[in-house]
Design a protein around this ligand. Structure first.
Ligand SMILES: Nc1ncnc2c1ncn2[C@@H]1O[C@H](COP(=O)(O)OP(=O)(O)OP(=O)(O)O)[C@@H](O)[C@H]1O
Ligand SMILES: NC(=O)c1ccc[n+]([C@@H]2O[C@H](COP(=O)(O)O)[C@@H](O)[C@H]2O)c1
Length: 290
């Protein structure tokens, strides 16, 4: 693995080229770098990766472990433009460096759970792509991935999100000018969502979250332009256990500043080494405001 400084400068220059290009989506790196078989299914984890957390690790690895196949590929996708949040530290090159380290965390985690993997052979462990997009909305991200010559076509995408993101995908305010849910039909005609429940004060308890898909299947969102069949394309997954503390990137950024001992349970090993050594969230880093 390259040094942290080398990783960061490699991504800084790739980002510059991407920003100056007319491309909407680009794969910047692949872990491992050697030739991988063409994917048969693409799991997409879109995130701000600021930083990648153990919640992201669980979301990605539980999807891949459900059916560990050579044709499964994971795509870690960083949107350089967010639908709602303004950009804040860490800089994108630091996040991309952390995504690559996170890819190693995911592969180690999968290897530890697959009895057929020996220390010397990771060949059955899925390949992980690290990519950027200029598109903030899922319908456009999915279309940009479809249009990319990096992948065979057609290729089913399974977007890995949390419940809070599902709610926002189904908010008509994001789909001007009509502001209906009809544009989502392009996403659900070919692709799926695998949604991890995120019970808490902000998004309702577990039962309320589980009822979202039932309500869609009953036709409660028909008047907004939704289709009942979409419910079959949304798989809900158990999140953290009720007694486990909630994990989020916000919490990890706070811990980096004031409770570094918490980083151990908040972020996975390779990412943690970067955060401790490079201090991207230190109060002294330029413009840091968590
Ligand atoms: N603890 C969690 N449980 C379920 N889903 C999660 C969890 N953490 C993140 N996700 C999901 O992972 C995706 C990417 O997450 P994101 O980068 O927004 O992390 P975050 O922890 O919510 O960030 P921040 O705290 O900076 O707002 C989103 O779809 C989000 O819903
Ligand atoms: N309707 C949509 O497709 C929609 C709405 C809100 C957020 N998003 C995206 O979801 C991802 C996660 O968002 P947050 O980092 O704000 O939790 C981001 O890439 C964001 O741009 C998409």
């Amino acid at each position: 693995m390259a040094s942290f400084r080398a990783l960061r400068s490699q991504y800084a220059s790739l980002l510059k080229q991407f920003a100056a290009s007319t491309k909407e989506f680009e794969v910047l790196a692949t872990v491992p770098t050697d030739h991988a078989p063409p994917p048969k299914i693409l799991y997409v984890l879109d995130s701000s990766f600021n930083p990648p957390t153990r919640a992201h690790l669980r979301i990605a690895s539980s999807a891949l472990l459900e059916k560990l196949e050579p044709g499964s590929r994971l795509l870690l996708l960083l949107a350089t433009q967010n639908a709602d949040k303004p950009s804040k530290p860490a800089p994108f090159e630091d996040r991309l460096a952390m995504m690559e380290l996170f890819a190693h965390d995911v592969r180690s985690h999968l290897a530890a759970r697959d009895p057929s993997v020996s220390a010397s052979s990771m060949e059955h462990i899925p390949t992980i792509d690290i990519a950027v997009t200029k598109k903030p909305y899922f319908i456009d991200k999915a279309a940009a991935i479809e249009a990319s010559d990096h992948y065979p076509s057609p290729l089913e995408q399974v977007h890995l999100t949390g419940y809070d993101t599902l709610i926002r995908i189904f908010n008509p305010k994001y789909y001007p000018p009509e502001h209906t849910l009809q544009p989502l039909s392009a996403l659900f005609s070919q692709h799926r969502l695998r949604v991890t429940l995120r019970p808490g004060d902000d998004w309702g308890n577990r039962e309320e979250q589980e009822s979202f898909v039932d309500s869609l299947a009953r036709g409660d969102r028909d008047s907004e332009g939704a289709q009942r069949e979409w419910a079959q394309k949304i798989q809900l997954i158990e999140g953290r256990k009720p007694d486990d503390p909630p994990v989020s990137s916000t919490r990890a950024r706070e811990a980096a500043q004031s409770a570094p001992q918490d980083l151990e349970w908040l972020i996975p090993d390779h990412v943690r080494q970067f955060v401790i050594s490079e201090t991207p969230y230190s109060t002294e880093s330029p413009g840091t405001k968590i």
